[in-house]
Design a protein around this ligand. Sequence first.
Ligand SMILES: C[S@@+](CC[C@H](N)C(=O)[O-])C[C@H]1O[C@@H](n2cnc3c(N)ncnc32)[C@H](O)[C@@H]1O
Length: 493
Amino acid sequence: MLRKLLRQSSAFHRQLYTTYLASHLAAPSPTSLRSRPSSPFSTSSSSSSQNPNATFVEHLEDAEESDSPSNTSISIDRSGLYNPPEHSHEPNSDSELVKHLKGIIKFRGGPISVAEYMEEVLTNPKAGFYINRDVFGAEGDFITSPEVSQMFGEMIGVWVMCLWEQMGQPQRVNLIELGPGRGTLMADLLRGASKFEKFIDSLHVHLVECSPALQKLQHLNLKCIDQDNVESADKRIISSLAGNPVSWHATLEQVPSGLPTIIIAHEFFDALPVHQFQKASRGWCEKMVDVADDSSFRFVLSSQPTPAILDLLKRCKWALNEEITKLNQIEVCPKAMELTQTIAKRISSDGGGALIIDYGLNGVVSDSLQAIRKHKFVDILDNPGSADLSAYVDFPSIRHSAEEASGDVSIYGPITQSQFLGSLGINFRVEALLHNCTDEQAEALKTGYWRLVGDGEAPFWEGPDDSVPIGMGTRYLAMAIVNKKQGVPVAFQ
Ligand SMILES: C[S@@+](CC[C@H](N)C(=O)[O-])C[C@H]1O[C@@H](n2cnc3c(N)ncnc32)[C@H](O)[C@@H]1O
């Protein structure tokens, strides 16, 4: 199977490989192969159903009133009658975040949207899921493509180099990564491209990261050194991997503009908060999070239109009627729309392009929100802050938001991750690496390669059933937003 996939590469891809990879990437040697966690899981390892979370449905079934055309029942928001549990002197085992969420619901006098819940759970500055710890890898909660294989970051590096060439090889470029996790993708990109001097010397790396704990890990993994800046009192931070300056920011808006820009967003959009809507007999209602009488969280339906209904209307305008009428639930992500507009405006004014890779759909998303703790799907409402929450990315809404924001950008894709990485020459990279490695490294390479480009369970797997590698090749999609001056980006031709 591996051989068959390798044979599928065209002459163009071989040429791309020989131009960029063979000459510039670190020579394929056992030392260039890092060992990766061997967990079979990725955030995408759900079944083909959009919502693998059975307990979510149970919550709805527990609720009191059937107000939906499906069999699923759901409570009506009785916020006006809200009666907080009596003050008690019982010891309270709630975590800080749970207390905080209940506090918001109590003082607001009613339930909060799923989006507000998701945002607090993931990025609350004190106790959000991402804020205080490393959540990646076999020991963490989930694994992502850069953590699966060094080839992922290297291939993104090839895409960035090609775009830089199309941009006319500018001397200074802002290379921005949104949500860099452990910094592994950027480290592999810089290491892989380090021999391509003119390109590497042009890069100022900007990392947009909300988590102080992950910022520290990125600093470590990029082998950063703090230097005194002779021109000002500030410190300069340099990655010793290839000598690039590195800066951290809380938002994309905070990254200085005015230089040609390349933006990478890998598994960033899926962490942005989504609003969920459910079709009821009285029309579309927003799904909210409330506190039940027994003090647990529960879903309810909003009794009145909520502000996010405007985002639902906007999303529906971009869809065909038939697409909407067959759905009983719809998710919308206004934060993704806003971020895309910021990206498109930045690319329009500064030149360059953005690459977005995530698991998602080329259509309206129904009910995809899921929670993962220690590589297992869990209840979205259970012990918030201890599990990752993520939702499918709605790629058409990214396309429309970018088009709306600027007439100077073109949008390409989505294409599958498998097509994207194949076009960039991953088959040749894996072949080269396989020529010069130990048997153990070869196994890790084949498994990693399958996870990145394969579809479903790996057919060659001989290990235990519960750790069979699951391919992310078709469930992950890639989209590019590029300044029209740059022409069509590589892999999207
Ligand atoms: C799912 S992880 C992906 C990590 C990395 N890109 C990878 O593929 O391994 C999401 C990343 O985005 C960061 N993040 C999530 N929401 C954010 C926000 N609103 N602002 C800045 N960073 C955020 C998280 O801390 C984390 O680094």
